[in-house]
Design a protein around this ligand. Sequence first.
Ligand code: 9MR
Length: 659
Amino acid sequence: MRAPWTRRRRLLPGLLALACLATVAVAAAVPLSTPSARAADPVPVLDATFEDGTTQGFRPRAGETVAVSTAVAHGGTRSLLTSGRTASWQGPAIDLLDEMVEGTRYTLTVWVRLAAGESPGQVRLSVQRDSGGTSAYDQVVGDTAVTADAWVRLSGTYVLAHDVDGLSAYVETAGGTAGLHLDDFTMAYQPTRPVQTDIPALREVLATDFPIGAAIGNRQIIGDQAVLLRRHFDTVTPGNALKWDATQPTEGAFRWADADTQVGFATGNGLSVRGHTLVWHQQTPAWVFTDTDGTPLTSDPADKALLLSRLEAHIRAVVGRYGDAIGVWDVANEVIDENQSDGLRRSRWYEISGLDYLRTAFRVAREVAPTAKLYINDYNTNVPAKRDKLRDLVTRLRAEGVPVDGVGHQMHVNVQWPSIAETEAMLQAFIPLGVEQQVTEMDVSIYVANDESFPTPPADRLLTQAYRYRDLFALYRRYADELTSVTLWGLADDDTWLDTFPVARKDAPLLFDTELQAKSAYWGIVDPTRIDPTPTPTASPTASPTATPTTGLDTCRATYTVTNQWPGGFQASLRITNTGVAAHDGWTVRWRFPDGQLVSQLWNGTVRQDGPEVTVTPTSWNSALPAGGTVEFGFLAGWKTSNNRPVGFTLDGLTCTTG
Ligand code: 9MR
């Protein structure tokens, strides 16, 4: 009998014909494995200019008014005006069920501006999928600033990766009910380039080191994506399908469709599965933390018992369903808050149960899956303060007999941060504990600041990224005895969570580009001599720890990076490079915060803050700053209404350039 979670996918008619057409058309235009070659031209499927005076298939989502307008136009003399909105999710929609073929990539583009007199706001482009009476929503373009004075272009690619009985694209606002115009909507079939078959498979290159994995969704297991996935990877992590909000959105009503599909694909193709994740403060439905009458649970014994029994039931169901098919579980995700003296995140889990939610989760997971490896997983585990708090927690839990087998380092990093030395210290810190370690969610953002946005990834960033992959994987390989797998948080740059986090912009953090072709980042791992050196490199932050000194007027360079931000707080790092000819031993670095930000904790230096003015001086071990040398420190800080970058960086009173 087949396991209950294996399921045949139904391909909508036409997919195969279209896929063949794509392959033929693209193969004729683009030779195999030419990474710099452009994608084939899109093939228009739909367009709407409203110049014929009709709404061309656009309709209101619910109750608002959608009508052709001559007030403004992006092209021609007409646009589509949506008015009378009473909720931010209302907006113009167009049905696509008959137009889109499952597993095929489309580009959706539309121009939007707000109606006259509306205050600036944010718009986004989304797709609604309906199936058996349930709707789901995918963002095609994330929140994008818009005004009543100018048109803004929203354009993104979309692959339908689910069987559906209803499908529409729509524009909505992030908040408010402003009237909005849209114009020149197009949907184009975007042929993909064939998956390269003449380059080494990552999993073979790394075969003697560790299994290599990718996070997946339904989109990664059909069409060319599936071909690429099977070719290069040993393991997969369903990125969302096993989380609580996906599996048990309401109490006792489990939904397995996506998880079954993804786990079934993996086992059917000889890929192993990391189960992610059983207990987390995000993507957990509100019912878990409330009474049956909607009252928030408290830490009183009855409430706590109720919470832990829900946790136990959840783990029994989810882990039990997949049995041996899932050999590793991220039992607990992101439970550390290094700003708490005890290092424990004040999540609802913690507030109600203290550490008992962790004890229960690991105990039950071990009981249900006795041979699975049980992990505690977190981000920024390279940051010394966080690393040490995690190490302390794991030590404490294991001393109590809680079965924590491994530590997962997410490694959401960027082209500049963190250093190899800090990453190595991260791996070393856990060796004495005798736990396994895995890199679980690695990606390397091309951005180093929240206010950067590139329509296409600049060549120098991609080159620096390749060096980062080269150096980080060289490190991982040196620690292959400790690392039992390395997983990337995605398959290719066409589908990455970083396109909407921390702001909406196109990122390119993975090894394969939006055309599924190997990037220099891939070669950084597979064969660094094949990294495309054409663009002028910005020095690899790790390959060349000191910059070449330059003479002339510029004396220092300040590189400021917000590495993480959440409501009210953020983490940042500042790297100062001495680009002058003289040493600055015993240095003093200063800057000004423009928005009342307040540093709460700084490492690798001593901080003083006087209003907006921040002064940092060295610790005992990093006071030397020779010509060409670099110092780097990180800090945690609070922010209120906005968090713009600091200004006025100086080194010993000399003004630094930024960048
Ligand atoms: O990749 C996931 C993305 O699709 C979700 O929108 C997001 C919501 O929180 O979660 C992403 O995955 C996260 C993972 O589960 C835990 N570590 C951080 C990952 C990126 O946010």
